[in-house]
Design a protein around this ligand. Structure first.
Ligand code: FES
Length: 283
């Protein structure tokens, strides 16, 4: 595989050959983790062109429910329209860019707090105070700009690329592989945010190795059969997994899955570029 990157104006594209033989693996050069120009490039080339998870269907269960979010630094609002359809818009007023929606909740329409333009749940401009008599002003020209927004397994994703392939197509084999965990039946329990003081790839690099399991996660290591930990690569995602130990490990106390008969597994999916899905038998 050849990775080709141009980071500096007028510079030649820099190519790196990625050896498919993992025995010869090494990390990317350190500057790939530190240069701010690369981060800007990653936003444009990667994060603005891939499906990004932004929330859970429970946050927009009813007509008029909405929440605001961001993807690749773009402010967005996700809502359930009057026909019950999931919709996403740039949360940018077409007048002077004030946010039409604030926070989250439920509304019949969105009202920009700057000068009071109002929009329907379908994004149509409904009212623009004092614009009467303005030459050639047609409200139909000033609808909120839509963003691609789709749902899978109760999870909501956006893609800033209007030409992106549909979400379930982009996920390739994943829906079938994760089917046994019944994601669509799961409920939103809590949302937690952690700020990582590192480049996003550093965190992914950590996720993509089970090597640290015995040292960093001793209680999880009691549950998993580390000797059978495996990794499998697919076109758009990777799979890591391990059987959960059976009763032979009951001598060690405080096991969460002490009832396991050796028929359960923990499965970890990483979906390019930055989504990780950790599946255990009960969560
Ligand atoms: Fe929204 Fe003016 S910026 S009404």
């Amino acid at each position: 595989m050849i990775l080709s990157v141009t980071t500096r104006p007028h510079s030649q594209a820099e190519s790196r050959i990625i050896d498919p033989d993992v025995a010869r693996a090494s990390t990317l050069p350190s500057r790939f983790y530190t240069e701010s120009s690369l981060m800007a490039l990653e936003k444009e080339k990667i994060f603005a062109r891939t499906w990004q998870i932004v929330g859970h269907a429970a946050q927009v269960a009813k007509i008029g429910d909405y929440f605001t979010t961001q993807s690749a630094d773009e402010p967005l609002v996700i809502t359930r329209d009057t026909n019950g359809e999931l919709r996403g818009f740039y949360n940018v007023c077409r007048h002077r860019a004030g946010p039409p929606a604030q926070g989250c909740g439920s509304r019949k329409l969105f009202r920009c707090l700057y000068h009071g333009w109002t929009y329907s749940l379908e994004g149509k401009l409904l009212n623009a105070p004092e614009m009467e008599g303005t030459a050639d002003f047609r409200p139909a020209d000033f609808a909120l700009r839509p963003v691609r927004c789709e749902e899978w397994g109760g999870l909501i994703f956006v893609n800033l690329d209007d030409d992106a392939e549909p979400l379930t197509q982009a996920l390739r084999e994943l829906p079938q592989q994760a089917e046994k965990f019944g994601l669509e039946k799961m409920r939103l329990f809590a949302r937690r945010e952690y700020v990582m003081e590192c480049d996003w790839k550093t965190y992914i690099d950590n996720f993509l190795e089970g090597y640290h399991l015995p040292s960093v996660h001793p209680s999880l290591n009691r549950e998993l059969d580390y000797s059978r930990y495996s990794t499998e690569l697919f076109e758009r995602h990777s799979f890591q997994g391990s059987p959960i130990r059976g009763p032979e490990n009951e001598a060690t106390v405080d096991r969460r899955y002490a009832q396991s008969k050796g028929d359960l597994s923990a499965e970890y999916f990483w979906i390019f570029p930055n989504w990780m899905l950790n599946c255990y038998p009960d969560n």
